[in-house]
Design a protein around this ligand. Structure first.
Ligand code: PMP
Length: 439
């Protein structure tokens, strides 16, 4: 069974003439899943979207994370329309920005002060600058396979998109910059201690996705974040959490306030980077942290960071509206219940057909790795069957189920997915595993 996508193919050919690689973000290309035209989408509503050929898909890509309330949620749409009617940009402060900042601070108390930017990349990039300004040191420790956007310093051993395309260490990053980054394996405190012992006085910050979303979904092992924070502080460096994916994904708050970590103080970072969900589907990023650290930022301090579009009323209004939806009692519990139903059925079905599958589920999201071992770090995520994933991805797409075209990316549910969607997805997955076994 294969659905017809001739208009996507035609548009892709045309896009290739004008847009580099035919896509405006490399992770949208189908290079890692056999190549060819990606699906050109035209419209979305709730948990579904429709392509230019009129095919309907159940969406588990969810724009790589931001779309947690489904497409065109009426509350968010109304907020955007109202913002647009009042004018899209003033270049002055607005009251709306205070409201979103207050909401973020209440949910993530380690952020005494916040600054809005336009993307996760900008947010992370600036936390590094601020940490360097504060500590007057230059080196950064990051964890292999974590992805922190596309600024120079963090395109070293970068997961998700760069890994999918086989370029975890990007060309164009000068050696002098790459040499400022030390990479250690996730969930490995001994390696972190070794790096800190060796480079200690030069380390400005240790940066981590506290719950990883970029080589699948991976929880830190018990004690990992606590140990990371303690060792980093002892070395006189700052802890930066990249919560661009994890904030508001698992509960109304972020990884650092998640119930899985009982000793909140022991895992509190100095700086946090945010993005994705906090903009309700419009471009946004934010960073924040301890008052004295954030005092480095201009106009208070000497670390410069600015943005013509930063804090624009449309993004901020969409963000406020999205967080309001997420404050509805029971939304995370409902997403989790549906995700358990789906993940358990996928596992059972794969087992039934003898296809090795490791599922890492965290509340309303999960990753499914084609392998017969646990996935707790980047190396283990790399050691999974990309060809099997590609086949599964194609089979699912042809049955109207849209996943991210990469074995490193997560499946995301939204508040709009229904039990009917889950049942359809389970049936499609069962068909897919059956075909894979036969092939
Ligand atoms: N940090 C993390 C953890 C991310 O997952 C991403 C994007 N996938 C980014 C930073 C970069 O965000 P953006 O694409 O908005 O620049």
């Amino acid at each position: 069974m294969s659905i017809q996508r001739s208009r996507s193919e035609m548009l892709y050919a045309e896009a290739l003439e004008h847009i580099v690689g035919g896509v405006n973000s490399p992770s949208r290309s189908f290079k890692a899943v056999g190549g060819g035209a990606p699906v050109f989408m035209k419209r979305g509503s709730g948990a579904h979207f429709w392509d230019v050929d009129g095919n309907r898909y159940i969406d588990y890509l969810c724009a790589y994370g931001p779309i947690i309330t489904g497409h065109a949620h009426p509350h968010i749409t109304a907020a955007i329309v109202q913002a647009a009617e009042n004018g899209t940009l003033y270049g002055t402060p607005t009251e709306l920005e205070i409201e979103l900042a207050r909401k973020l601070k209440t949910a993530i108390p380690s952020m005494d002060k916040v600054r809005f930017v336009n993307s996760g990349t900008e947010a992370v990039m600036t936390t590094i600058r601020v940490a360097r300004a504060y500590t007057k040191r230059s080196k950064i420790i990051k964890f292999a396979g974590c992805y922190h956007g596309h600024s120079d310093l963090v395109l070293v051993a970068a997961g998700s998109g760069p890994s999918t395309l086989g370029i975890p260490d990007s060309a164009g990053v000068p050696k002098s910059i790459a040499s400022e980054v030390i990479t250690v394996p996730f969930n490995d405190l001994a390696s972190l201690q070794q790096a800190l012992d060796h480079w200690g006085k030069d380390i400005a910050a240790v940066m981590v996705e506290p719950i990883v979303g970029n080589f699948g979904m991976v929880m830190p092992e018990p004690g990992f974040l606590e140990g990371l924070c303690k060792m980093t502080r002892e070395a006189g460096a700052l802890v930066i959490y990249d919560e661009v994916i994890s904030a508001f994904r698992f509960h109304y708050g972020s990884a650092q306030t998640y119930a899985a970590f009982p000793d909140k103080q022991a895992i509190e970072p100095d700086l946090t980077a945010l993005g994705k969900i906090i903009g309700g589907g419009l471009p946004i990023g934010a960073y924040g942290g301890r008052k004295e650290v954030m005092a480095q930022v201009a106009p208070l301090g000497p670390a410069y960071q600015a943005g013509t579009m930063a804090g624009n009323p449309a993004s901020i209004s969409a963000g406020i509206a999205c967080l309001e939806v997420l404050q509805t009692p029971g939304v995370y519990e409902r997403m989790e219940a549906l995700t358990i139903q789906l993940a358990d059925a996928l596992q059972q079905s794969a087992n039934h057909y003898g296809i090795p599958l490791t599922i890492n589920r965290i509340r309303g999201s999960f990753s499914a790795h084609f392998c017969d071992h646990p996935v707790t770090n980047y190396e283990e995520a790399q050691d999974t069957d990309g060809e099997q994933f590609a086949q599964f991805f194609r089979l699912m797409l042809d049955q109207g189920i849209c996943l991210a075209p990469s074995k490193y990316e997560a499946w995301f549910l939204t508040t709009a997915h229904t039990e009917q969607d889950i049942i359809e997805t389970i049936t499609a997955a069962d068909n897919s595993f059956k075909t894979m076994r036969a092939g």
